[in-house]
Design a protein. Structure first.
Length: 222
């Protein structure tokens, strides 16, 4: 069995094929390939601290790209938990159908206005100065309001359809980009339509329609 390193805007995942996960510096997590059947695969997402994530936009896109590299096809179906994410090759990028997005009403948590969003995994979005993430991220991740912890984003609305954000991932800390975080930020700040989310590592594109999300971005082997 073998493993390989992949990244999406500097968000680095180790794709494991039948190997136990052992954390290495520089990793944001692992994609554990549980089974492959043609264009279909089952995976688990492992955080650096050994915990499992319910969903990862970048992780599922990397998994789909990894499978397409093996099959030579332009589509892959990635099952993670109860969700199946369809990943399609679109030129040099990959488009993922991530499914339902749930956005809660804003609430006051730790003296911050927070919008909770579920993309199959939990998010807490704060509209403000992204440079405040080092303070806000760990504060909200472990707040009692989130007994299973949460991913945290601090976002600035630059223009209609354009947002700049930084992300603090649950069990990871700050990362250069995050796919499910891009969806959460877009949903919390715009609700519907096409949104470009600028992360320190690069841009991700989100399309929100009828409460469902499509995410477009890169995935490359290292």
């Amino acid at each position: 069995m073998t493993s390989s390193r992949w990244h999406a805007h500097g968000n680095v995942y180790l794709v494991l094929e039948g190997e136990p996960y052992v954390h290495e510096d520089g990793l944001d997590g692992a994609v554990d390939v549980l089974s492959v059947d043609g264009d279909d695969m089952d995976i688990a997402i492992v955080n650096p601290d050994g915990s499992h994530a319910e969903m990862s936009g970048n992780g599922t896109r990397i998994a789909g790209a990894w499978l397409m590299e093996r099959t030579g096809h332009d589509v892959a179906h990635v099952r993670v938990g109860p969700r199946v994410v369809e990943v399609r090759r679109v030129g040099e990028l990959y488009e993922s159908e991530l499914g339902d997005v749930e956005v809660s009403e804003p609430e006051r948590i730790a003296d911050l206005d927070v919008v909770r969003v579920s993309v199959g995994n939990p998010h807490a979005v704060v509209v403000g100065d992204p440079d405040d993430l080092p303070r806000i991220g760990p504060l909200l991740e472990t707040h009692p309001r989130f007994p299973n912890r949460t991913n945290v984003q601090v976002a600035r609305i630059d223009a209609p359809g354009e947002v700049t954000a930084r992300v603090w991932e649950r069990g990871v800390g700050e990362t250069t980009a995050s796919g499910s975080s891009a969806v959460a930020v877009a949903a919390a700040t715009h609700g519907e339509g096409d949104v470009v989310v600028h992360f320190p590592g690069g841009d991700l594109r989100v399309r929100l329609e009828g409460g469902r999300a499509t995410l477009t971005g890169p995935a490359q082997p290292i």
